[in-house]
Design a protein around this ligand. Structure first.
Ligand code: LMR
Length: 396
């Protein structure tokens, strides 16, 4: 049977990490996969995470299964971070959360749940979006469509086209929105634009599915949740796929969550019963370690405030690298105005580099960038900036 298989293409993002690893150029730079690096080029274990792990290991008494939906402490902590303690949605218990293996796991559970119960619903993705989005939902059997998002002429948001398209999305379809730090562009709607998106969701009757993987990497933990919270109006239903890979640096622990917000607590409980079936038939029940770390940190005031400082430091470094990149490109005489990079938010920037330029950077300079020109700003350091900008200036 397997003799007949063709070779599948490498993953456009994770495949790049494998190629980077085997590159022997000592000056190689990885701006591909969205992983944070400090100024030494290392991806550290956050000190708050290390402390939580010490506590968990010394007090653990069992490795028995978790419940299908994970632990109540973790699920409560997720909702509080997304919405805030005193949010109407939490008080009225109209949100339910299942722990998931990363944000990707949350998206796939959402896809399986939607395909099973709303088989005629289509899912709308921003153009462009994370390369894995269409594949996850197509694998779940969902018809995927696009709405306009990025304006290449000014490296900003084409809000007029976006909102016009969203007005025509039929009731009962699903619209995936990036909660903050849009991947791959780094371009987000303003607060006023989020309010307009929320108006259109209500008027048109489509379901928002918010992919929220970078809370804290844009302008702050609270600030970055503003778009999501604008959608959370009384009676509004939504799905939220969230991840702690980035803001807790827990990439390999695979820890995220899917939150379903229904009109009332009875509908939410029914929703949860079906999400549990989606989990049970996929991976049965979630791994424990990542959720224990997050719950420990978020429930301990001192540890939580330490973690908030650590997130602020990562955010400041990324935004500092954005400014340094813009300045160094100008210094190297790079053709064009790159000031937009300093205005974008999160790990990524849509650099405007063509696929041909991306190829040359990789082949001639061992600089790894995702096709389409997405660069991971968090992979830049004070030490590699000069080499990087000299190379970019030379291929432009
Ligand atoms: C990325 O976009 O680089 C990250 O979300 C990591 C991944 O899984 O692709």
């Amino acid at each position: 049977m397997f003799e007949k298989l063709d070779m599948a293409p490498a993953d456009p993002i994770l495949g790049l990490s494998a190629a980077f690893k085997s590159d022997t150029n000592p000056q190689k730079i990885n701006l591909g996969v969205g992983v944070y690096q400090d100024d030494e080029g290392k991806t550290p274990i956050l000190p708050s995470v290390a402390e939580a792990e010490r506590r968990i290991v010394s007090s653990a008494t069992s490795k028995s299964y978790l419940a299908i939906d994970g632990t109540p402490e973790y699920n409560r902590a997720v909702q509080t971070l997304l919405l805030n303690e005193d949010h109407e949605i939490i008080r009225s218990e109209r949100a339910v959360t299942v722990q998931s293996p990363g944000g990707t796991g949350a998206l796939r559970i959402a896809g399986d749940f939607l395909a099973r119960h709303f088989p005629s619903a289509r899912l709308w993705l921003s153009q462009p979006t994370w390369a894995n989005h269409p594949k996850i939902f197509q694998s779940a059997g969902i018809d995927v469509q696009n709405y306009p998002y990025f304006d290449a002429s000014n490296n900003g948001l084409d809000f007029a086209s976006m909102i016009e398209a969203l007005r025509t999305v039929p009731a009962g379809d699903i619209v995936l929105l990036h909660g903050c730090c849009h991947n791959p562009t780094g371009v987000d709607p303003t607060s006023d634009q989020w309010e307009e998106i929320a108006d259109v969701a209500q008027e048109a009757g489509w379901l928002p599915l918010v992919d929220f993987a970078y809370q804290g990497f844009g302008d702050g933990l609270e600030e970055d949740a503003a778009g999501l919270r604008a959608l959370c109006r009384p009676g509004q239903e939504l799905l939220i796929a969230s991840s702690f890979s980035k803001n807790f640096g827990l990439y390999r622990e695979r820890i995220g969550a899917l939150t379903l917000v229904a009109k009332n607590s009875e509908a939410a409980a029914r929703g949860l019963s079906h999400l549990k079936i989606a989990v049970r038939t996929s991976y049965s029940n979630p791994p424990a370690h990542g959720s224990a770390i997050v719950a420990e940190i978020l429930s301990d005031a001192a540890l939580r405030s330490q973690w908030e400082d650590e997130v602020a430091q990562m955010r400041a470094r990324i935004n500092g690298m954005r400014r340094l990149l813009v300045d160094t490109l100008a210094e190297k005489g790079a053709q064009g105005d790159f000031s937009f990079i300093a205005r974008q938010r999160g790990m990524f920037s849509y650099s405007g580099l063509s696929d041909e330029q991306v190829k040359r950077l990789r082949e001639e300079y061992a600089i790894y960038i995702v096709g389409g020109g997405r660069i991971n700003v968090a992979g830049m350091t004070g030490a590699n900036m000069d080499v990087l900008c000299t190379a970019i200036a030379s291929v432009l």
